[in-house]
Design a protein around this ligand. Structure first.
Ligand SMILES: Nc1nc2c([nH]c(=O)n2[C@H]2C[C@H](O)[C@@H](COP(=O)(O)OP(=O)(O)OP(=O)(O)O)O2)c(=O)[nH]1
Ligand SMILES: [Mg+2]
Length: 144
């Protein structure tokens, strides 16, 4: 039988911003279990980064994405417990199509729920990639 070699995967992750707040949810997933993370997921065949971000946001929170811009990219190997993965993650900054939309939690097996958190008072623990970005001084807000 042919053996499948592990390969790097591409993820698209969103900093959804509202005022000075960012949308986070506590993960229920093997990587980053119980940590606060941004919405996002795996890029599917043929998708643009924006299409992937909008699809993942809708699937995970029921929210409709508005304008989105490229922010940064990371290249990270996760050696979590028994699961080893390698991700290239494209981070987008996004706003909601309608800022009055309220996040839902259609995937309760994957997330405890979504809420807005002040950037200057983020919850802990943060998902490792996000934690590293915050510690390095990364700021997703547009410079005025
Ligand atoms: N959702 C999310 N993923 C992140 C963040 N930072 C980061 O490096 N990632 C990486 C690790 C994740 O395993 C990978 C893909 O995101 P995900 O696990 O949410 O993927 P998904 O929604 O498609 O999940 P699934 O359907 O496979 O369960 O992106 C983050 O803040 N949020
Ligand atoms: Mg996800």
């Amino acid at each position: 039988m042919e053996e499948t070699q592990p390969v790097p995967r591409v993820g698209v992750v969103l900093f959804v911003l509202k005022g000075k707040s960012v949308l986070l949810g506590r993960r229920r997933a093997s990587i980053g279990e119980s940590t606060f993370a941004l919405p996002g997921g795996h890029l599917e065949f043929g998708e643009s980064f924006e299409e992937c971000g909008a699809r993942e946001l809708m699937e995970e929170t029921g929210l409709e994405m508005g304008k989105a811009d490229f922010l940064t990219v990371t290249n990270k190997v996760f050696l979590d417990k028994s699961k080893h993965c390698h991700y290239v993650i494209v981070f987008l900054r996004a706003v909601l199509a309608d800022p009055n939309q309220v996040p839902q939690n259609p995937e309760p097996d994957k997330c405890d729920g979504w809420d807005w958190y002040d950037w200057d008072n983020l919850p802990q623990p943060l998902f490792s990639t996000l934690d590293e970005m915050v510690r390095s001084g990364f700021n997703p807000f547009p410079s005025t």
